[in-house]
Design a protein around this ligand. Structure first.
Ligand code: RUB
Length: 301
């Protein structure tokens, strides 16, 4: 069924990026609900929960995935399977539309924060960050961007190409060159996979290192996070409660080439709130210490 295909694509990173993962998982759960041949409400719910768990087990860090699935499952109600299916379809479509609208709204809000002739540093590949920069560029702001390569997966190449294709002046750099170029940077912008109640931001490995360089720079370079509300965790009070995914060391180097050496490949890290100037959500801009405000809104979905 499509659920296992989508799950495999998320696991192998054919589908990646927290927002995209959430939307594709919502679509897969909806398709599963439509296709499953079951008339007994209890058995239908068991099958649906199994599908949800299969999707959720793919990548452990981005809470957007869990939030999307929970929002839909909560609506799996009705006096019979037909009615339950109808409610699931409505909930999934609503989540996907809201998610896309949130990305556009954040892009508009963030673009206003980007000054004319700004030089931006970004890391990894975030849809909402790319859209924000393109929005600013389309306002005639003459933006220059330094995207990092983002080892080991190289998501920075996707970012660089997407921006260059939209007439942005792009210079690709290796991750370890972030501090070297800091003299030229006006603002650092990242996406997020999970934001916890204490305002910690979990994003691609290397984010904290770059945020530290910007925060401690002599003139203090602002660090902005662009994140839709469903990137906030309704359960994790601090980042200690979030599982940081460790992927196959082979993504870094073939272990046979350096036998006797241990290799670790954590793919996300935690940036504490002190290193973040503000977070832009579809509900507006907040200080990371006020993450709870967005979590309250999310719980009403
Ligand atoms: C992607 C990553 C992105 C966030 C936000 O990691 O860390 O910065 O997911 O992306 P991976 P978006 O490549 O391992 O999935 O703004 O597109 O949701």
């Amino acid at each position: 069924m499509d659920v296992s295909k989508t799950a495999e694509k998320i696991k192998s990173m054919e589908i990646r990026g927290a927002g995209k993962i959430a939307r594709e998982a919502a679509q897969a759960l909806k398709d599963f609900a439509i296709e499953v041949d079951e008339v007994d409400s209890k058995k239908f719910l068991i099958a649906l929960t199994y599908a949800k768990d299969t999707l959720k087990a793919t990548r452990p860090t981005a809470v957007s995935l869990e939030n999307a699935l929970n929002i839909i499952i909560k609506r799996a109600q009705g006096k019979n399977v037909k009615e339950m299916k109808k409610n699931i379809i409505i909930a999934a479509d609503k989540f996907i539309n809201n998610s896309k609208n949130a990305v556009s709204k954040i892009a508009k809000l963030c673009s206003k924060k980007i000054e004319k002739n700004a030089v931006i540093l970004t890391h990894c590949n975030s849809t909402v960050v790319i859209n924000s920069i393109i929005e600013a560029q389309n306002q005639g702001k003459n933006i220059k961007v330094y995207p990092t390569e983002t080892r080991p997966w190289g998501q920075g190449y996707i970012t660089a190409k997407a921006l260059a294709d939209n007439n942005v002046d792009v210079t690709l750099i290796v991750d370890s060159a972030a501090r070297y170029f800091m003299d030229e940077i006006d603002v650092v912008i990242f996406g997020a996979d999970t934001i916890t109640e204490d305002g910690s931001v979990i994003n691609k490995i290397g984010t904290f290192q770059i945020a530290t360089c910007a925060h401690e720079y002599k003139t203090h370079i602002p660090v902005i996070i662009c994140a839709e509300s469903y990137k906030f965790s309704t359960t994790a009070k601090s980042a200690k409660e979030v599982i940081i995914e460790e992927r196959d060391p082979k993504e870094i180097i073939d272990p046979d080439k350096i036998q006797g050496v241990k290799i670790r490949n954590p793919v996300f890290d935690i940036t504490p709130k002190e290193y973040i100037d503000f977070i832009i959500t579809e509900f507006g801009e907040i200080s990371p210490k006020n993450a709870q405000k967005i979590i309250k809104k999310l719980m009403m979905f």
